[in-house]
Design a protein around this ligand. Structure first.
Ligand SMILES: NC(=O)c1ccc[n+]([C@@H]2O[C@H](COP(=O)([O-])OP(=O)(O)OC[C@H]3O[C@@H](n4cnc5c(N)ncnc54)[C@H](O)[C@@H]3O)[C@@H](O)[C@H]2O)c1
Length: 338
């Protein structure tokens, strides 16, 4: 059996889909998750999809002794580090929780890896590190900034990783900047399962369509965009998951650090997404335009050419597939997995 890939946060939305992609590529995922924002049922679902149950440890990345034991026992060949908190609004209210979990947790993970002689890491960064970009599409050399503690935690971790590679060139690090992951596995068995009112557009749309929420709130109809609503780069979560498999192959082949955007390279407005969803679900999604949210930006999409060049990867699934898959997941799991 090949040495496993440690997947922190692997029971979560992107992590569970990445477990599917890893298994399909012949890897053995070993999930470490404290279930603060997920359910272990997602791993049972990964097994239903692939026939393989990921190795599983319930625990926290801030638990140094546990990490030491897991690394010694399983000798993983690399770590894909998804574990973290991700709600922007919550990070403004509870900054310490975000710095503790995201920055503190990552430092403890990196220390444990260093002690175990394991220096291969893929980190979940975000397009949020570009702040309010001067233009679109956004390439990796754009200036970085943060407007909230969540974004700042990602900036800090990117810098910590840069310092680490600078100090010890044996580290191999991928900093992957995700744009807007949406959709679900085509089986409808795993998908995005937020707690409370969703922060992200797609689960909001699907919860309105399934009758859990009365209407979609669209934040701002007066942005300088073709239809006045915000424009984002929505990437199918399975494309994103496959991007990790490509990044892993590159990482294991070449030492050093690389930073790439994972997006489609195309912008789609909120209203275009609503229309695509209605077309693919046959459901109406009533919406109301409300004032802009503080900290939001008009338009954000990736220059996706570096990932294509370096990783030989690009997003393949279109907007119709995204909507059909998200709807299949929501219909089969109207209350999510919890
Ligand atoms: N979903 C997005 O829109 C998006 C965009 C850009 C970047 N990201 C980043 O990608 C990563 C995964 O995001 P996601 O959407 O799958 O989120 P998610 O909340 O579904 O998954 C994160 C997982 O990490 C676990 N976790 C959190 N803190 C932990 C800790 N201290 N120890 C162990 N497990 C812990 C949670 O239980 C959850 O299962 C996060 O780092 C997030 O910041 C997400």
């Amino acid at each position: 059996m090949p040495l496993p890939i440690l997947v922190t946060g692997g029971a979560g939305y992107i992590g569970s889909h990445t477990c599917v992609a890893l298994i399909e590529a012949g890897h053995v995922p070993l999930v470490l998750d404290n279930l603060c924002n997920s359910s272990v049922e997602s791993l049972a679902r990964v097994q239903r999809i692939t026939g393989v149950r990921p190795l599983w440890v319930e625990g926290d990345i801030r638990d140094a002794a546990l990490l030491q034991r897991v690394l010694a026992e399983h000798r993983p060949q690399a770590v894909i580090h998804f574990a973290g908190l991700k709600a922007v609004g919550e990070s403004v209210r509870e900054p310490l929780a975000y710095y503790d979990n995201n920055v503190g947790g990552t430092t403890i993970l990196l220390q444990a890896m260093q002690e175990a002689g394991l220096r291969n890491l893929i980190f979940s960064s975000s397009a949020t590190v570009y702040g309010n970009p001067a233009s679109v599409p956004i390439s990796e050399d754009f200036p970085r900034s943060a407007t909230n503690p969540y974004g700042r935690s990602k900036l800090m971790i990117e810098d910590i990783l840069g310092d680490l590679v600078g100090a010890d060139p044996r580290w191999r690090v991928a900093r992957l900047r995700y744009f807007n992951p949406v959709g679900a596995h085509a089986s409808g068995l795993i998908g995005e399962d937020p707690r409370g009112i969703p922060n992200n557009l797609m689960p909001y749309i699907t919860q309105v369509a399934v009758g859990r929420l009365p209407e979609l709130q669209v934040f701002g109809g007066d942005w300088p965009t073709p239809d006045g609503t915000g424009v984002r780069d929505f990437i199918h979560v399975m494309d994103l998951a496959e991007g990790h498999v490509a990044a892993l192959a590159h990482l294991l082949g070449e030492p050093g650090m690389f930073t790439v955007n994972l997006g489609t390279g195309q912008g789609c407005s909120v209203l275009q997404m609503v229309q695509a969803f209605e077309r693919n679900s046959g459901r109406r999604v009533p919406y109301r335009i409300v004032p802009r949210r503080a900290g939001d930006i008009a338009a954000c999409w990736a220059d996706a050419s570096a990932a294509h060049r370096l990783l030989h990867w690009q997003a393949r699934r279109d907007l119709d597939t995204i909507c059909a898959d998200a709807w299949r997941w929501q219909q089969a799991n109207p209350q999510g997995l919890r």
